[in-house]
Design a protein around this ligand. Structure first.
Ligand SMILES: [Zn+2]
Ligand SMILES: [Zn+2]
Length: 142
């Protein structure tokens, strides 16, 4: 069973989820590729669904006009992507699934920005897939 707790590699950034995570998704966009150094796998959590323990090593990088990213300045681990644009989903986190203490039992259910994925790799199996245009329409409520 997946854990509700997670941390960065050095352990100075730690968090607890309000509920046991069920699923994660992959984002193939170029920014997530750079941020994660590979493929960003994230668990969607609303703002009150995660609590970070106080630490001085959690830094925030404003990666675009509508999102920010959290990482550990001690070890460089990617911790989250967060929507900052106004709207129903404002403040939503995508917590790096790999930062969970235990990922077992999680379902891998979505892939977004599939039109940005390098052709040299692909995940096996069937799941919801969305292009950049489909994601933007959803975020903008279109
Ligand atoms: Zn760290
Ligand atoms: Zn992305």
């Amino acid at each position: 069973m997946a854990s509700k707790t997670g941390s960065c590699l050095c352990g100075s950034v730690t968090y607890t989820l309000a509920e046991e995570p069920k699923a994660y998704g992959a984002c193939h966009c170029g920014m997530c590729r750079k941020f994660s150094g590979g493929i960003e796998l994230g668990i969607q959590v609303m703002p009150d669904g995660v609590k970070f323990q106080p630490t001085e090593t959690l830094a925030i990088y404003e990666s675009s006009e509508w999102a920010e990213r959290g990482f550990c300045v001690g070890c460089g681990s990617s911790i989250f992507w967060r929507l900052t644009a106004e709207g129903e989903m404002e403040g939503m986190f995508s917590i790096a699934a790999g930062s969970l203490d235990d990922m077992s039992g999680l379902k891998f259910d979505t892939e977004v920005y599939v039109d940005h994925k390098p052709s040299s790799h692909a995940f096996e199996g069937d799941r919801t897939k969305m292009t950049e245009a489909e994601v933007l329409a959803m975020v903008n409520g279109g």
